[in-house]
Design a binder for this molecule. Structure first.
Ligand code: IFM
Length: 443
């Protein structure tokens, strides 16, 4: 049984959310985002759902944050379109006022505010101009960062520039599952480079204003070849380059992984190499999001990257993602060896969706408790092996808008009834709060 004493004294336990997934984007003068445009197209989002109301956190944040007493930290994001409804130009003061109150309330509940500046909610007005493919987007993003930090930078404990650039780019511009839903290699290469430039520009601006504890949040998957064949090994290397190295390598080494560069280079902007120094500016920490693993096979008949994915016997979450806690150790160990050294790592997201239901006014979710426990054991093992892991944030505090899956997939520690907005903490919530606050618990 894990206890608080199994982790370093300064280890942080927290829960994470993002703006568009919980706030209720129709409130407070926010402008539309690219997810509003995407959901309006047929068959892009389950039931055409949006973040218009979501968890109504915009009005309910005091109660939501009070729930988190006993945790150490709260990870949240700021919505670009709430602060700048057109993406640039006119500021929505109500939006900044909201984040001001949010940070004060976070602190008042004894929680360190971990800010993520961008978690996928590009203003629709900028998406209409090309979004992450536009050559000026890094500059627009830098301006947004300055505006946010002018208001709340004095009180946040840490700042991440961008959440999961792989999803912002590859999932959205190449695979087309997320907004804006393109399947275009040229747009993908441009978006990858521009997201990295936006990160670099934000780092430059944040450093120059003396902002502390700067990082980025990347998502990783543990990958294994389907067989010993050379073809499957090479396919695994391609997938690893796309999934795990596409952002980690530029950010830590200032280069693109070769299997991706070979395809992307013709589409990158002229003189892209000149940006790599800014992109690889030193970080104070790296956020690691880990959910699942893949078994990879070569599929030469499919277009590049010629990949197939095999099923496994491992149990799966409501998302159909296989549960593989040992993969978290592998990722942490690999990151430390290859890129991060002693740079602090935070698990900024780890969690599972379940079809949770209320019974007798409670939600009993032993599978989620086991998920958290087995992943934390791997974190503890990584620390034991010398990896500098400093914290663990469960994804997510609340059931919320799960992007293209709408509201059906429930990741929360707290159940949300989307008709009544009633919150019901699940048994996993008690488990993690008690673990983090050093009380005796039984799963
Ligand atoms: O809900 C998302 C979150 O926005 C980013 N990381 C993965 C989560 C689960 O899919």
């Amino acid at each position: 049984m894990l206890t608080r004493a199994d982790f370093p004294d300064d280890f942080v336990f927290g829960a994470a959310t993002s703006a568009y997934q919980i706030e209720g984007h129709s409130f407070g003068g926010a402008g539309p985002t690219l997810w509003d445009s995407f959901a309006a197209k047929p068959d892009k989002v389950v039931n055409g759902e949006t973040g218009a109301i979501a968890c109504d956190h915009y009005h309910r944040f005091p109660q939501d944050l009070a729930l988190l007493q006993g945790f150490d930290a709260y990870r949240f994001s700021t919505s670009w379109a709430r602060v700048l409804p057109e993406g640039k130009g006119q500021i929505n003061q109500q939006g900044l006022d909201f984040y001001d109150r949010l940070v004060d309330t976070t602190l008042a509940n004894g929680l360190s505010p971990f800010l993520t500046l961008y978690h996928w909610d590009m203003p629709a007005a900028l998406d209409d101009l090309g979004g992450w493919t536009h050559p000026d987007v890094a500059h627009w993003f830098g301006d947004f960062c300055d505006i946010v930090l002018d208001r709340i930078g004095d009180r946040v404990a840490s700042v991440a520039t961008i959440n999961e650039p792989w999803c912002v780019t590859y999932l959205s511009y190449f695979l087309g599952y997320h907004a804006p839903g393109l399947q275009d290699i040229s747009a993908t290469a441009q978006s990858v480079h521009n997201v990295l430039k936006a990160h670099g520009e934000a780092m430059l601006r944040l450093r120059s204003r003396g902002q502390k504890n700067l990082g980025i949040v990347l998502n990783f998957e543990a990958v294994t070849p389907a067989s010993q064949s050379e073809a499957d090994h090479k396919a695994t290397q391609r997938y690893d380059a796309i999934m795990n190295r596409l952002f980690a390598q530029p950010v830590f080494s200032g280069t693109y992984p070769q299997p991706v560069l070979a395809e992307f280079e013709p589409h990158l902007p002229a003189n892209w190499q000149d940006d790599m120094t800014m992109i690889s500016a030193e970080l104070d920490w790296l956020g690691v999001n880990y959910y699942t693993s893949k078994t990879v096979a070569d599929e030469p008949a499919l277009p590049w990257p010629h990949l197939g994915f095999l099923g496994s016997d491992r149990p799966k979450t409501q998302m159909g993602w296989e549960i593989h806690p040992e993969g978290l150790f592998d990722i942490l160990h690999w990151l430390e060896q290859e890129f991060t050294g002693k740079t602090p790592l935070f698990i900024t997201e780890n969690g599972m969706a379940l079809a949770d239901e209320i019974e007798n006014q409670a939600v009993h979710d032993p599978a989620r408790i086991s998920f958290i426990q087995t992943h934390l054991q791997q974190v503890q093992k990584a620390i034991h092996f010398g990896v500098n892991v400093k914290g663990y944030f469960y994804w997510s505090l609340l059931d919320n808008f799960e992007w293209a899956f709408g509201y059906e997939k429930r990741f929360g520690l707290v159940h949300v009834d989307f008709e009544t907005q009633k919150r019901t903490p699940k048994s996993s919530f008690d488990f993690l709060r008690d673990l983090g606050s050093d009380q005796i618990k039984s799963p």
